[in-house]
Design a binder for this molecule. Structure first.
Ligand code: ADP
Ligand code: XUL
Length: 524
């Protein structure tokens, strides 16, 4: 039996998916998730992160290491034939960076399989916290980097994105300038993805273009570090960065530590990617003309594309695709966090939230909400606070509808540059379980919204990438359509179909929503 293991180390949890693939078999044999806040309360995270001032947002990388140890133990305890696992890959929340000391390689090679991982990582990190994608404290560093390479437009031409506060380059610059001693102690800077792969291999893992393009440091067309961006970011940075290799690169073999600790075999470890690039694969979006939406902690809208041309409006991103080629992406920080704020404000649970959506008409009788409960990424909004128009804050049901409609309208506006007209949208993420939310998206886009069976597309995508990478390394390469076949088929009857009347209501609302946003941002 050929098994492939995929992880998703996301903002709030670590998920693992094991598939059986090849010889006509395509079956998910294991899926489990560990939520960081509840499983590891000693790190003091909320929603997986620590935020002191609302702008600086970090997470402890030691917690992710502990979660990896716990998950591998659970896989063994579940009775999975762990020796049958041929390859492992994974995905990480994008942009987050992990700072390792010069001691890290020695510590990794000397791990004692009889003991848990986390207590053995003393001296491993040059920095105890990892700045993550919710951080928006690096405005000054973004300006420095953009200026040094000739402005935001030039930076977007080179890297696929203008300077963004959460992108790794500005985060590295902040650390190097504000904590020079910590930076001097840093021998290696990993992304969450390559850090986790390093823990599995026991040797330094490479980056790949899917996640590497979320740094403002990679030349997107070439898929390698851009010397001008590296020089603009921090002194002596190049030697601290891992190499960038194709996404299907074998990063190494599962280390002796894990083999002896839990009885795994010598599985290949395929380079990890970012959670959104991994979801692209896990949703089966391997051909141009398809659209995906992830309703996780963040909401993201993405699609495979053949050209690295950046967003003409300067808001979205172009990343490398782990299938080769490129992908577009627009990210909203006010995804599940905003929906939860409204849910909690009116004392609802998800069933009550859904009932409120069902009980209110599409278009909300003209009431609007711009749902910036936390600092927003698209557009960049530093000062949070939701904005209402024609909406009574005391009206629970209409506020529920307004937050979801505001999010869906924003997704439509900000995907126009890469997907002006779509007929089908594939969805994943925690909120994709909510059919009432999916109905709003279907009506706003006038498109069918479909779900696939495994709920976590990012960790399924990682398992599929493990399968692809293993076959590629064995000279029995498969096309991406062959890799995803049988795993990413829509669940019949799940999802939502657009309703013409509702779509007309949103067509009428859209220009008013855009005007409302323009008055808030001062743009014309
Ligand atoms: P991430 O991968 O970013 O950590 P997930 O994709 O696991 O996040 O999604 C987690 C979120 O899903 C939770 O924060 C919660 O708000 C949301 N969620 C879970 N169930 C529902 C539901 N029935 N309706 C709406 N949102 C839900
Ligand atoms: C994408 C982004 C988030 C994170 C966390 O650019 O910042 O979607 O990847 O999921």
């Amino acid at each position: 039996m050929a098994l492939y293991l995929g992880f998703d180390s996301s903002t709030q949890s670590l998920t693992a998916t094991i598939i059986e693939a090849g010889d006509g078999r395509h079956r998910v044999v294991f899926e489990d998730s560990i939520a960081f806040d509840t499983a590891f309360p000693h790190y003091g995270t909320r929603h997986g992160v620590i935020s002191t001032d609302g702008r600086t947002v970090t997470a402890p990388p030691l917690m992710w290491a502990e979660a990896l140890d716990r998950m591998l133990e659970r896989i063994r305890a579940a009775g999975v034939d762990v020796t049958g696992i041929r390859a492992i890959s994974g995905s990480g929340q994008q942009h987050g960076s992990v700072y390792l000391s010069a001691e890290a390689p020695r510590i990794l090679s000397g791990l004692d399989p009889a003991r848990p991982l986390a207590p053995q990582l003393t001296g491993f990190f040059a920095r105890d916290e990892s700045p993550v994608w919710l951080d928006c404290s690096t405005g000054a560093e973004c300006a420095d980097i953009a200026t040094a390479v000739g402005g935001d437009r030039a930076l977007a031409q080179l890297t696929g994105s203008r300077a963004y506060e959460r992108f790794t380059g500005s985060q590295i610059r902040k650390f190097a300038t504000r904590e020079p001693e910590g930076y001097a102690r840093t021998a290696r800077i990993h992304l969450v993805s390559s850090f986790m792969a390093t823990l599995l291999c026991g040797t330094d893992a490479p980056l790949e273009p899917g996640d590497g393009s979320g740094m403002n440091l990679m030349n997107l067309a070439r898929g390698d570090w851009d010397p001008s961006c590296v020089a603009a970011t921090a002194p002596d940075l190049q030697r601290r960065l891992p190499p960038i290799r194709p996404s299907w690169t074998v990063a190494g073999t599962l280390s002796r530590y894990w083999q002896q600790r839990f009885g795994f075999g010598s599985a290949r470890v395929i380079a990890w990617t970012g959670d959104n690039p991994s979801s692209l694969i896990g949703l089966g979006l391997v051909q141009e003309g398809q659209l995906g939406i992830s309703l996780g902690t963040s909401d993201t809208v993405f699609a495979p594309v053949s050209s690295p041309a950046p967003d003409p409006n300067g808001a979205g991103h172009v990343f490398g695709s782990p299938a080769g080629g490129f992908m577009t992406l627009t990210c909203f920080a006010n995804g599940s966090l905003a929906r939860e704020r409204v849910r909690d404000q009116y004392g609802l649970d998800w069933a009550g939230f859904s009932a409120a959506l069902r009980d209110t008409p599409p278009g909300n009788a003209g009431a609007l909400m711009v749902p910036w409960f936390v600092p927003e990424i698209t557009p960049t909004i530093d000062r949070p606070g939701p904005h209402r128009q024609g909406l009574d804050v005391a009206d629970a049901a209409r506020n529920v509808r307004a937050v979801v409609e505001g999010q869906a309208l924003a997704m439509r506006i900000h995907s126009e540059w890469f997907a002006p007209r779509v007929t089908t949208i594939r969805v994943t993420g925690g909120a994709a379980a909510n059919a009432s939310i999916l109905q709003v998206i279907a009506d706003v886009f006038d498109a069918d919204v479909v779900r696939i069976a495994p709920p976590n597309a990012a960790s399924l995508g990682a398992a599929l990438r493990a399968y692809h990478g293993d076959r590629h390394a064995s000279d029995r390469a498969l096309s991406w359509s062959e890799v995803v076949a049988g795993f990413t088929d829509p669940i019949p009857g799940a999802g939502a179909r657009p309703r013409p009347d509702a779509h007309r209501a949103y067509e009428a609302l859209l220009p008013r929503f855009q005007t409302f946003i323009r008055t808030l941002t001062g743009s014309h």
